[in-house]
Design a protein around this ligand. Structure first.
Ligand code: SAM
Length: 246
């Protein structure tokens, strides 16, 4: 079975909101402060998912509106952050007025959008001089166990979903880029749940998904850096881009 339809993959998170919320990483404050101007007041967290980035934006003092197309992901966000306004919508169609926010963040999701349409829609809702920040968490493949885990969860996956210099179009300045290394503390057993939150696995038939998840369990039980450990540190780099309206 192929899981390479970009639309199906982008929509797949609706089926796995709870495992996403349980194990996906958050974002380091240093990265968030770099991505969003301190003078911004109203921030749109686009493709907010379960609110992993939204939570940090709120904690750092911005007024945040979250937009997320999946009802299940949005329900997790609202349960975790009941004070945050969370709306349905997509990067290509935002139900927000023109010139209504100072900054837009879009974490772990630019690879799901239609770049020219999303850029134009983001430019529409930004106030003059406003900014946009596509952000990704990327696992550090220098660690042998991470490279092996990644090989398992991408087995049979033909879709390119890694981070890249986002094409924001002529409405925006050339994106600047910064990298922030950090680690997420996770129970070793949750490497299985983390794998189950990946769009490729969400869409696989149950028997194929279970076979890959069992491989993850085998890795946890046998790899010298994981075997016998209750807690581990998952090494990430947060890759941030930022650009302003011209
Ligand atoms: C990998 S999750 C990232 C969620 C959150 N930003 C985070 O960092 O944890 C990707 C999210 O993008 C959403 N999404 C998919 N296609 C989208 C689109 N065209 N516009 C906005 N959001 C989209 C999905 O529903 C999903 O919640």
């Amino acid at each position: 079975m192929s899981t390479d339809d970009r639309g199906d993959r982008a929509a797949s998170f609706d089926r796995a909101a709870a495992v996403y919320q349980a194990t996906r990483p958050g974002y380091p404050d240093e990265a968030v402060r770099w991505a969003v101007p301190a003078e911004a007041r109203d921030v749109l967290d686009l493709a907010a998912g379960t609110g992993k980035l939204t939570q940090r934006l709120v904690a750092l003092g911005w007024h945040v509106v979250a937009v997320e197309p999946s009802d299940a992901m949005r329900a997790e966000l609202t349960a975790a952050l009941p004070g945050v306004e969370a709306r349905p919508g997509t990067a290509e169609h935002l139900d927000l007025p023109d010139a209504s926010v100072d900054a837009v963040t879009i974490a772990q999701a630019w690879h799901w959008v239609d770049p020219p349409v999303a850029s134009a829609e983001i430019a529409r809702v930004l106030r003059p001089g406003g900014s946009v920040a596509p952000i990704w968490n990327v696992r550090d493949q220098e660690h042998d166990w991470v490279a092996r885990w990644t090989e398992i969860v991408h087995r049979g996956d033909t879709l390119e979903t890694s981070y890249r210099n986002p094409e924001l179009g002529d409405a925006f300045t050339e994106p600047e880029h910064a990298t922030f290394p950090w680690t997420q503390r996770l129970r070793a057993a949750d490497l299985r749940t983390l794998a189950a939150s990946r769009s490729h696995l969400i869409l696989l038939p149950a028997d194929q998904r279970d076979a890959l998840l069992d491989e993850v369990d085998r890795l946890v039980a046998t790899h010298p850096d994981l075997r016998g450990r209750e807690w581990i540190e998952v090494p990430y780099r947060t890759e941030c881009y930022r650009a302003s309206l011209r």
